[in-house]
Design a protein around this ligand. Structure first.
Ligand SMILES: [Zn+2]
Ligand SMILES: [Zn+2]
Length: 182
């Protein structure tokens, strides 16, 4: 198999993790992971590790070009990973193999997400990323609209109000022009 990124460069067998064989490109540092190998490794591990913040942020060499599956030659689809990362994984819809550009696997590993790779391609995961990305956009818009200081303040008030049993009464007190007039 040749590297989907460097084209004529052959992939070499490597041991990505204990009991996890993959194919790597010595030129670009990417890894090709077959789905059978991945699922066998996952089954052997049993437990899924809890996600954690990365100790170091690795520099990922993501490429936005479409790539062909080194096994089936089909175009692979791109899936955003989210969860604090900024890269996409390429996955073949035919053989379910995954291509990791340099440091993508390693970056997932620093977050303990390397044993959740199969979930990244699920509609639920992708929907969650979309929701988070919308929330981020709105967050930026509010900050622009209110200014950083006022926005921070109003967020505090909002959080404080949320748990008050009398929040509606408190809110009308806040918004009433003159709450002391009957
Ligand atoms: Zn390569
Ligand atoms: Zn394939």
């Amino acid at each position: 198999m040749d590297c989907p990124r460097c084209k004529d460069n052959p992939l070499h067998s490597v041991t990505l993790e204990d009991h996890l064989e993959a194919e790597s490109c010595h030129n670009c540092g990417g890894h090709w992971l077959g789905s059978e190998n991945y699922y066998r490794w996952l089954d052997d591990r049993g437990e899924i590790l809890p996600e954690k913040p990365p100790e170091v942020e690795l520099e990922v060499n993501d490429s936005d070009k479409a790539k062909l599956c080194p096994r089936c030659r089909r175009i692979m689809l791109k899936y955003k990973v989210g969860r604090g990362t900024d890269f996409y994984l390429d996955r073949c819809g035919s053989c379910n193999g995954v291509w990791f550009d340099k440091n993508e696997w390693e970056s997932l590993k620093t977050r303990n997400l390397h044993d959740e790779v199969h979930l990244i391609f699920s509609p639920a995961w992708q929907e969650n990323i979309r929701r988070q990305s919308h929330a981020k956009t709105l967050d930026r818009l509010y900050e622009q609209k209110f200014g950083t200081e006022d926005y921070e303040e109003v967020k505090k008030i909002r959080a404080w109000l949320r748990d008050r049993p009398q929040r509606l009464a408190l809110l009308s007190f806040l918004t009433d022009k003159n709450p002391y007039q009957i």
